[in-house]
Design a protein around this ligand. Structure first.
Ligand SMILES: *[C@@H]1O[C@H](CO)[C@@H](O)[C@H](O)[C@H]1NC(C)=O
Ligand SMILES: *[C@@H]1O[C@H](CO)[C@@H](O)[C@H](O)[C@H]1NC(C)=O
Ligand SMILES: *[C@@H]1O[C@H](CO)[C@@H](O)[C@H](O)[C@H]1NC(C)=O
Ligand SMILES: *[C@@H]1O[C@H](CO)[C@@H](O)[C@H](O)[C@H]1NC(C)=O
Ligand SMILES: *[C@@H]1O[C@H](CO)[C@@H](O)[C@H](O)[C@H]1NC(C)=O
Ligand SMILES: *[C@@H]1O[C@H](CO)[C@@H](O)[C@H](O)[C@H]1NC(C)=O
Ligand SMILES: *[C@@H]1O[C@H](CO)[C@@H](O)[C@H](O)[C@H]1NC(C)=O
Length: 530
């Protein structure tokens, strides 16, 4: 480590090439961000397809023009009259001389006019419109945060992610050099030098892009300063983990001084030495300093202590309806009561609820504050339209829980995006997010899973070590209040970032007031008193 330090400080001198993107429009927190929902990401993919089609159309027009101009060249370039004698012979014939006069007088201005016309005026205008819809820097930032969250929450590593490996699944997807670089730069700016250095390393080791030379003239050279920044991030990480009494400013200053002192040859050698180690060795060495995982991370990774298996059974008792159509019920926890019902939301209902995406607005996890840019955690909609599907779902909730619902009560449809989460929160504190409670606090919450999730996206209760893996069509029910109506803090819960899949939820808060006559107030059990 000492050797590394001496060599590397010189690296700090060079600034980082930050990926510059779309110029920003005035900030508007209600503008849809593509990254915050799969609905948004789908729109963005469609925009990219339009962009590609536009470029193809434009290129077709350019080639058509080039072909026409080639015809012009063919018509005038006869390939003869090379010598002065030949030229004299040519003009001395009146037929040639007249043709020459006429072409140069009459045709040239027309060709000029043709050459001077802008190719694809309409396409260029359309391109402007397409670019006007490109993601802004806030959207890009949230995508970076989302990727970082997936990486950290599940202890994934750049060396695997870059090659399309997500936990134990190998996908036929590779991040590009520019993707790796952008992730590295974000981590560097966030002060996560370990992960920054691993992403830089992946970018350095990446296969060169096909047509790199042409691409670089337009997109810039991703390799510029890359090795230097790799070395820089490595030194900073080494220094700050090697001597905990150094402040970050100290570390940066030492790094800077080291790099200034080092000769280019020393730097080269240092970087070559780093690159000569295996990814596994480097990542083991550096990860030794990682903080231990939080309860949230443990829960999302599915690593809470194993519980004795609770029962699964058919539940016939709640309403007469269930005697005809029993519920597949899985008890998740006894106190507080948490239960999972399977196959209670059908594909046709899911299709219908997804249509609510037309009414979706940005969902935030914190109240509005002046001048503060809030993170958007999802897109969501209040489903007020009284369709038969909505009525059927309300009836099913009553069948499942025995609770009374009024048609005018709210029903929430949410769709999550790239690494977005609803952080740990209680459903009984309206300050936590954008909804005011009416008809009393939410006695219970019923959360339907309406998306297909292959990996990640669990619901966790970190205070009581519970992880629930969502399954499309299932619904999770829990009680937020004790029997005496007081809030139960053990119901703190959170969603985990989706790794692969489409997280759609349908949430119904069952309010206290309409249940007054069904659920008499009871004293709290001794075991529940704090
Ligand atoms: C591309 O050209 C086709 C055929 O002329 C047209 O239908 C389409 O709208 C064009 N697309 C764009 C994005 O300009
Ligand atoms: C060439 O095109 C430009 C812009 O389209 C126009 O301003 C200019 O007058 C044109 N020149 C001629 C000679 O047509
Ligand atoms: C760690 O940093 C402190 C403060 O800069 C310094 O006094 C100390 O010598 C350093 N320790 C080592 C082991 O380098
Ligand atoms: C770091 O360097 C800057 C400018 O060179 C200096 O102002 C600052 O005091 C230094 N900080 C530390 C902690 O050494
Ligand atoms: C790279 O590592 C191998 C063994 O790990 C070693 O034999 C070789 O000398 C190293 N090369 C350089 C340039 O450090
Ligand atoms: C059926 O579900 C209801 C509501 O969750 C619960 O109160 C009741 O105890 C369950 N019945 C059985 C037999 O588990
Ligand atoms: C949750 O699990 C941790 C160990 O990971 C344990 O220390 C703690 O007591 C558990 N809490 C509950 C409420 O079971």
């Amino acid at each position: 480590m000492q050797r590394r330090l001496n060599l590397i400080t010189a690296l700090l001198v060079l600034g980082q090439t930050i990926g510059r993107g779309m110029p920003d429009r005035p900030y508007d927190e209600h503008r849809e961000r593509y990254s915050s929902s799969t609905v948004g990401l789908l729109k963005l993919l469609e925009l990219e397809l339009q962009f590609i089609e536009n470029l193809k159309n434009y290129t077709d027009l350019l080639s058509a023009k080039a072909n026409t101009l080639q015809d012009l060249i063919d018509s005038v370039d006869r390939g003869t009259e090379k010598t002065l004698a030949e030229r004299e012979k040519y003009v001395s014939n009146p037929l040639n001389a007249f043709g020459l006069m006429r072409r140069t007088h009459q045709d040239w201005p027309k060709w000029h006019h043709y050459i001077n016309t802008t190719v694809g005026r309409v396409e260029l205008q359309a391109l402007d419109d397409i670019l006007g819809k490109a993601p802004d820097s806030q959207d890009m930032k949230e995508a970076l945060i989302g990727m970082n969250r997936i990486e950290r929450t599940y202890a994934l590593e750049a060396k695997d992610l870059a090659k399309g490996r997500l936990l134990d699944k190998q996908y036929d997807i590779q991040l590009s050099i520019r993707d790796c670089l952008s992730l590295g730069q974000h981590k560097f700016q966030e002060g996560d030098f370990f992960r920054a250095s691993m992403w830089y390393r992946m970018a350095i080791k990446h296969q060169p892009e096909p047509n790199a030379e042409e691409l670089n003239t337009i997109l810039g050279d991703p390799l510029k300063d890359l090795k230097l920044n790799y070395a820089k991030a490595t030194i900073i990480h080494g220094l700050s983990t090697g001597n905990l009494s150094l402040s970050i400013q100290n570390v940066l200053n030492i790094t800077e001084a080291t790099i200034q002192k080092a000769s280019p040859a020393d730097l080269e050698a240092f970087i070559a030495e780093l690159l000569n180690q295996t990814d596994d060795d480097i990542s083991r060495e550096m990860a030794a300093f990682e903080p231990s995982p939080t309860p949230y991370e443990i829960g999302c990774r599915g690593l809470f202590p194993k519980r004795t298996k609770l029962v699964c059974r058919y539940n016939f008792t709640t309403t007469p309806f269930l005697r005809l159509a029993p519920l597949k019920m899985e008890e998740v926890n006894h106190d507080p009561y948490i239960v999972l019902y399977h196959e209670v939301l059908y594909d046709r209902e899911i299709e219908e609820l997804k249509k609510q995406s037309k009414n979706m607005i940005n969902g935030f996890s914190e109240p509005q504050q002046e001048n503060k840019i809030r993170e958007i955690i999802a897109r969501h909609a209040w489903w007020w339209e009284q369709t038969t599907t909505r009525a059927r779902i309300y009836q099913r909730i009553t069948d499942i829980t025995g609770f009374q619902l009024f048609v005018q009560e709210e029903l929430n449809v949410a769709n999550y995006g790239l690494g977005t989460i609803f952080g740990p929160h209680y459903d009984y504190t309206p300050e936590n997010y954008d909804i005011g409670w009416f008809m009393g606090g939410p006695l219970g919450t019923i959360l339907f899973y309406a998306g297909d999730l292959q990996q990640g996206g669990a619901t966790i209760f970190p205070s009581i070590n519970i992880t629930v893996s969502p399954r499309k069509g299932s619904a999770l029910l829990w009680f937020n209040l004790y029997d005496d109506g007081e809030p139960d803090p053990r119901t703190l819960h959170s969603s985990c970032p989706v790794i692969e899949g489409d997280r759609w939820t349908l949430t119904k808060w069952v309010h206290l007031v309409p249940q007054m006559f069904i659920l008499p107030c009871q004293p709290r059990k001794v075991s529940q008193r704090v």
